[in-house]
Design a protein around this ligand. Structure first.
Ligand code: UDX
Ligand code: UDX
Length: 493
């Protein structure tokens, strides 16, 4: 009969087995159940992938678990150098302080992937899983080649029994593939595969990690699951640590992102309806959000969702639904993405329409480029669609973002034939100088308190402000004599 974690004394001082000794009567190496009797304690963690997920997650684990040595490895040497010497490769409020506390003590960044794997009891895979661009499922399915490459690395370099944790968002049943790669390597080493999806949102990653709504751990072996539970239990209350089977954990991550994105598409769809009927989308959101069955979060109309996860994960869900013979379900989720694409284009077309039907030769300030405030991340940023459409229509753009550089913006607009007409300004004031319009694309807090009287003085007479985030002070915009369009708001409000 399988032992459960409760069968063992969990007093850390009495748990001595980290590297299990295989008893004579053990099941064959590589078998999924050959570790059931072995209590495990994690004292060293390696994470492959030092990105937006791997970096902050490992920094918080190291900070909260000084008894665990945490090493983050990445194939990108420049990224690792930045984690070691700063400035950090990603901007995330509160991250620097956490890294400073743990770096050099029990938090290490390295490019020596093999050594870090060999030294670890537990290995997190946090590499990117982009949408496939070719082959079966191109444009929808997740490309798992980085995950597979990491898994092969782990099979080769792990010392003996190792926990392999999927942190990257993966299609349901990916753990099976990871398990297969580990087992067919024929190394005789043993592994447990766990799914521990990350729910942090960029911009609030540290707060989300330090005080998560829940931690989800999917695993077939309760002893391995308990070992990972013990890590999080250092700072997360027990009732917030959920254990499930591995497929449910993988599915829950896709489902959570799909449901969140669906709320954003729902409120954005309603924003167009509000504009058409004279209702105010923020008032509608507040009214429906006070229904405790609906809840008030994630009902902010805007320019469409961006970020590395939502679109990719929904497309992946669509692909899986089609694969499993559920075309109606696939079409339902596909529509969440379609509405999002439509909302981004709708904002650009609204600018063009209100500027007399043409923006050719007109100067437009674009305020914000990151996909949301408090991050320098531009993956799937709605700004790319908005800028591309305006450039295609002949506009001269001047972008200002507090955290995104001109070089990054130009790289993101590389497919736009008129990217050279996208300039950069270090301040909002410089961006707005001589502008026919300002388009607010990212909800940076600094944009809430702009001095529109001063800005209006340097803009063209009759200039417009297009607030695609309902983030600037609308009264102040109007009082400054500027014309205003705001998403989901009646033109006269
Ligand atoms: C996220 C999530 O982890 C994942 O769930 C989602 O599917 C994609 O994006 P994130 O941390 O935001 O990952 O990605 P990114 O910032 O691109 O970091 C991934 C890192 O993995 C990069 O630094 C990359 O250099 C590294 N990597 C990738 C490797 O070290 N080895 C590889 O083989 C591939
Ligand atoms: C998301 C999930 O929230 C997180 O749990 C998962 O781990 C990764 O994907 P992230 O993409 O970092 O996180 O940010 P999120 O705050 O979810 O915002 C996603 C996009 O939706 C942003 O472009 C944001 O501006 C937009 N959004 C969000 C809205 O337009 N309105 C809202 O009400 C909420």
């Amino acid at each position: 009969m399988d032992a459960t974690p409760a069968d063992y004394d969990r007093d850390p001082s009495t748990i001595h087995i980290v590297r299990p000794q295989r008893p004579a009567n053990a099941t064959p190496a590589g078998s999924a159940c050959d570790t059931f009797f072995i209590p495990m304690k994690i004292s060293s963690i390696t994470c492959i992938g030092a990105g937006y997920v791997g970096g902050p997650t490992m920094a918080v684990i190291a900070d909260r678990c000084p008894h665990i040595q945490v090493t983050v490895v990445d194939a990108n040497a420049e990224r690792i150098a930045a984690w070691n010497n700063g400035p950090l490769p990603i901007f995330e409020p509160g991250l620097e302080a956490v890294v400073k506390r743990a770096r050099g003590r029990n938090l290490h960044f390295s490019t020596d992937i093999d050594k870090a794997i060999a030294n670890a009891d537990c290995i997190f895979i946090a590499v990117n899983t982009p949408t496939k661009t070719e082959g079966e499922g191109a444009g929808k399915a997740s490309d798992l080649r980085f995950v597979e490459a990491c898994t092969r690395h782990i099979a080769k370099s792990a010392r003996d029994h190792t926990l392999v944790v999927e942190k990257s968002t993966l299609p349901v049943r990916s753990a099976e593939r990871v398990r297969e790669v580990l087992d067919t390597a024929g190394t005789g080493k043993t592994f447990d595969v766990l799914s521990n999806p990350e729910f942090l949102a960029e911009g609030t990653a540290i707060a989300d990690l330090e005080n998560p709504d829940r931690v989800l751990i999917g695993c077939e072996n309760p002893v391995a699951a308990q070992a990972l539970v013990d890590v999080y239990a250092q700072w997360v209350p027990a009732e917030k640590i959920l254990t499930t089977n591995v497929w449910s954990a993988e599915m829950a991550k896709l489902a959570a992102n799909a449901m969140l994105a669906q709320r954003v598409s729902s409120i954005n769809a309603l924003s167009a309806f509000c504009e058409a009927t004279g209702a105010d989308v923020d008032e509608v959101a507040r009214a429906i959000g006070t229904d405790s069955r609906i809840g008030g979060k994630f009902l902010k109309a805007g320019v469409g969702f961006g970020g590395s996860c939502f679109k990719k994960d929904i497309l992946n869900l669509v692909y899986l639904c089609e694969h499993h013979g559920l075309p109606e379900v696939a079409a339902y989720w596909q529509q969440v993405v379609e509405i999002n694409e439509w909302q981004k284009r709708r904002v650009a077309q609204t600018v063009i329409k209100n500027l007399g039907g043409t923006v050719k030769g007109k100067r437009i300030a674009v305020l914000g480029f990151a996909f949301k405030k408090d991050t320098n991340d531009t993956r799937e940023a709605p700004s790319v669609t908005v800028c591309t459409e305006l450039l295609a229509a002949g506009a001269e753009l001047v972008v200002h973002d507090p955290k995104v550089s001109h070089a990054k913006i130009l790289a993101d607009l590389k497919d736009s034939p008129r990217a050279a007409a996208c300039h950069y300004a270090n301040t909002v004031a410089d961006a707005c100088k001589g502008a026919d319009a300002a388009v607010v694309v990212t909800d940076w807090d600094a944009f809430r308190t702009l001095d529109w009287v001063t800005l209006a003085q340097s803009m063209q007479s009759g200039a417009w402000v297009f607030d695609a985030r309902n983030c600037v002070d609308h009264k102040a915009v109007r009082a400054a004599g500027l014309r205003l369009w705001a998403v989901g708001k009646p033109m006269t409000s």
